[in-house]
Design a binder for this molecule. Structure first.
Ligand SMILES: *[C@@H]1O[C@H](CO)[C@@H](O)[C@H](O)[C@H]1NC(C)=O
Ligand SMILES: *[C@@H]1O[C@H](CO)[C@@H](O)[C@H](O)[C@H]1NC(C)=O
Ligand SMILES: *[C@@H]1O[C@H](CO)[C@@H](O)[C@H](O)[C@H]1NC(C)=O
Ligand SMILES: *[C@@H]1O[C@H](CO)[C@@H](O)[C@H](O)[C@H]1NC(C)=O
Length: 457
């Protein structure tokens, strides 16, 4: 076989891998790759992978990979998680010194399809349940991991924020099944749930008492809040899930008006008082109160010093130019309303049972919670954790916590405790966006969760 034949064969096999299945690209030095996977016919999921410059391929200490899952549902991990929270560059394209890339390779995905750069060719292809999304994500992992033995040696840690927690636990069980069935070549390292929407009922019941305790509501506000939370409980008990989503929206409105607009992502702030949130509300986005919450979710992230980020212009401009493969008619948006609406029936459903299943199967589950978050409050998180049926729970609850410090400061930055495969971190001084608010202690935590082979300083 001549040299030219070999080259042709190589190209054909590359084409078998990519053509029609996935469209992918790599940067010049091979440290980044990205692409689309057609997870179902005419449903295209976009991913972006960063190889850590610190990656070591030591078989005894495998280098970890983190899959970051954003919330919403419908907000873009490729933009928010990547450029605003933990990726190597910020939205000014300046290096982020607290990037998690120092501890792991990073994989960002715009999921569910319809979010960010991911797209569907027909809106009937949007997912209606978290499990449908988990199936799509599993297909994506099969396409990315099965063809690369280096990646297969790296344990994958699924780290989720907000609604992403529901994607993480459903993906966890879906991926484990695919691994058992021999369809997915991957080692699941663990799951981390950062301020995640695992039990909406527990969160809505926490809002009134928490805000009353910190003087942001009075007794009248507390009573009204609790009565709407009761209504949500009844609706959930009678499987009225869409109605429960509507009452949730009503409750958020009530809390806003009774508290003079507390920020749902940090109860020490007022909504819209952070430096940048006022600048970026795009018109036409807000058809309902519920969706306003999501633009607020994204806008509260603009609280970075220096502010004024035009994220739409950034993603559709310089980022799209760099990536090259984004179809011309796909426009990045900060919150895909169609994706949220399509999941309205799942939005208020709990996922406690799914966390229990992962614990029972021995998967390492880490929960971390920002002290100042309201929407996924620590109080609500502790309430759903106490509902776990896991047989280690009682011991876990009775254990004492260890204080956390960071960067040579004397001040307590948080607490942690672990029992068997359940780990909990309380992060002080952080709202919903824990890595943004407390980068130092969060980075140490990530190093510990992923058992990063390079000892932390
Ligand atoms: C990262 O940058 C911030 C602000 O620019 C600074 O306060 C912090 O000390 C830096 N951290 C490290 C580890 O260099
Ligand atoms: C973009 O345009 C192509 C053909 O021009 C079409 O097949 C595709 O469905 C369009 N995609 C979207 C997301 O509208
Ligand atoms: C597999 O992944 C590693 C680590 O990111 C990368 O260096 C390598 O180029 C990949 N191989 C292929 C065939 O894509
Ligand atoms: C879970 O994490 C601990 C360290 O926190 C580690 O020793 C253990 O091997 C992990 N278990 C699994 C199944 O990955």
């Amino acid at each position: 076989m001549g040299m030219s034949q070999i080259v042709v064969t190589f190209l054909v096999s590359v084409c078998l891998l990519f053509c029609g299945i996935a469209q992918a690209a790599t940067n010049e030095d091979g440290s980044e790759s990205w692409g689309y996977v057609e997870v179902r016919p005419r449903a295209h999921m976009f991913w972006w992978y960063y190889k850590s410059p610190y990656r070591k391929d030591d078989p005894n200490k495998p280098w970890p990979i983190i899959l970051w899952l954003q919330g919403g549902p419908g907000s873009s991990g490729v933009a928010i998680g990547n450029f605003e929270e933990v990726g190597p560059l910020d939205t000014n394209l300046k290096p982020r010194n607290s990037t998690w890339l120092t501890k792991a390779d990073l994989l960002f995905v715009d999921n569910p399809v319809g979010t960010g750069f991911s797209f569907v060719e027909d809106t009937s292809l949007l997912v209606k349940t978290d499990y449908e999304n988990a199936a799509d994500l599993t297909t994506l992992l099969i396409k990315i991991f099965n063809r690369n033995e280096t990646l297969q040696k790296s344990p994958l840690y699924i780290v989720a924020e907000s609604y992403g927690g529901k994607f993480a636990v459903t993906l966890g069980s879906s991926a484990l099944k695919a691994i058992e069935d021999g369809k997915l070549k991957l080692k699941l390292g663990g799951i981390a749930l950062g301020d995640t929407w695992i039990s909406p009922e527990d969160f809505v019941f926490s809002w009134g008492p928490l805000l009353k305790a910190v003087s942001r509501l009075d007794n009248n506000g507390l009573q009204k809040s609790n009565s709407l939370a009761q209504k949500i409980r009844q609706q959930l008990a009678s499987n009225q899930f869409v109605e429960a989503t509507n009452t949730w929206s009503e409750l958020e409105n009530l809390i806003s008006s009774s508290s003079n607009s507390v920020d749902f992502y940090n109860f020490m702030l007022d909504e819209g008082m952070d430096p940048v949130s006022a600048t970026t509300l795009s018109s036409g986005l807000h058809q309902s109160v519920a969706l306003k919450r999501y633009s607020r979710y994204l806008n509260s992230l603009r609280a970075s010093p220096g502010g004024d980020v035009d994220i739409d212009g950034f993603m559709n401009g310089v980022v799209k130019q760099k990536l090259k493969i984004i179809p011309k008619n796909v426009t990045w948006g900060n919150q895909a309303n169609s994706v949220f609406n399509s999941l309205a029936g799942d939005f208020m459903k709990p996922m406690i049972k799914e966390v229990d299943e992962l614990l029972a199967r021995g998967v390492n589950v880490t929960i971390y919670s920002g002290q100042l978050d309201l929407i996924c409050s620590t109080m609500g998180t502790e309430a759903w954790v106490e509902k776990l049926k896991w047989d280690g729970l009682k011991t876990f609850l009775n254990m004492d916590r260890t204080p956390l410090y960071c960067g040579g400061e004397r001040m307590t930055k948080g607490f942690t405790k672990s029992y068997r495969n359940l780990h909990f971190y309380w992060i002080l001084g952080a709202g919903h966006f824990v890595p943004v608010d407390q980068p130092c202690v969060t980075l140490n935590m990530i190093s510990s969760i992923t058992q990063n082979p390079v000892a932390s300083k």
